[in-house]
Design a protein around this ligand. Structure first.
Ligand code: AMP
Length: 282
């Protein structure tokens, strides 16, 4: 497995693969890998011969009071996991390789980013879109895989690819969960055993809400308040609970329910902000 630190080495590798007729699949991550990330690498392998996993904690997607400094990092452990998973190349650049000193160009999505995490984390998706656009330009992949765990991010990247005409196919990967239902996340490491147990209210509550919607319940307000109550009773501090049209991320009415419905939650357990969601197809 190759490990690249510079954009030029990364790009030369990708170009060489493609010159020989190969296809390149990219899995962008912020590292501290878990089985959710590994599942993305496996999906990328099915769609392309060569898998590049980028491992970069992107400073511009963190707010001033967020966890950029303490975000967990362990490159050696990550590289071992990548090697076992059949990743062909890891791109792990230092910050200076991705951000120059006097940068003034950003990629801003200004519709889907106004709700959910975009509303509570101003500037977050500007950082995400900008770094992903840079990674696309450096790696020049044929496909890129994103997890549905970060459903809003996935929707925004799909929109960016359409609007900016990136010649890249985006593949959606399902959420990988711990056996008890908690969605895997690098941030789960922050949770105390007690918070870890309490945080199960998120996945269990979303599952319950999705079940009610599938069964035809259209009282979305009630479903939302029950889910919110379950999370706050477990000790979680709610950021949001939303039930939205999964395609537009808009609210919809009782009379005109959407085809695909997104149930999305963000909540803090202690200092740790967790997100999770489910899509209910009608
Ligand atoms: P992150 O390192 O958290 O920025 O995530 C990198 C990629 O892995 C994103 O596309 C995430 O949506 C995806 N991902 C993170 N956690 C999971 C999970 N539990 N299941 C599936 N994909 C995930």
């Amino acid at each position: 497995m190759k490990i690249f630190r510079t954009s030029s080495d990364m790009n030369a590798f990708s170009r060489e693969v493609r010159r020989k007729g190969g296809r390149v699949g990219l899995v962008p991550t912020m590292g501290y890998l878990h089985q959710g990330h590994i599942s993305l690498a496996k999906i990328a392998k099915e769609h392309s011969g060569f898998v590049v996993l980028s491992n970069f904690v992107n400073p511009t997607q963190f707010g001033p009071n967020e966890d950029f400094e303490r975000y967990p990092r362990d490159l050696q452990r990550d590289n071992n996991l990548c090697e076992q998973a059949g990743v062909d190349a890891v791109f792990a650049p230092p910050v200076e390789e991705i951000y120059g000193r006097n940068e003034s160009v950003w990629v801003v999505e200004d519709s889907l980013s106004t709700v959910l995490c975009g509303k509570s984390r101003p500037g977050h998706f500007r950082g995400v879109c900008t770094v992903v656009a840079k990674l696309f330009n450096i790696v020049e992949p044929d496909i890129a895989v994103f997890g549905m765990k970060d459903y809003q991010q996935l929707k925004i990247i799909e929109q960016m690819v359409r609007d900016l005409k990136f010649q890249i196919r985006i593949i959606r990967a399902p959420i990988v969960r711990e056996p008890d239902g908690l969605a895997m996340s690098s941030r789960n490491k922050y949770l105390s055993p007690e918070e870890r147990k309490n945080a199960l209210a998120i996945s269990a509550g979303i599952k319950e809400a999705a079940k009610k919607i599938s069964a035809g319940c259209k009282d979305y307000k009630k479903i939302k308040s029950e889910l919110a109550l379950r999370i706050s009773q477990s000790g979680g501090k709610l950021d949001y609970v939303e039930i939205l049209d999964a395609d537009s991320l808009h609210e919809f009415s009782y009379k005109n329910p959407s085809k695909n419905i997104l149930v999305a939650v963000a909540a803090f357990y202690g200092k740790t902000r967790l997100i999770d969601n489910a899509i209910v197809g009608r």
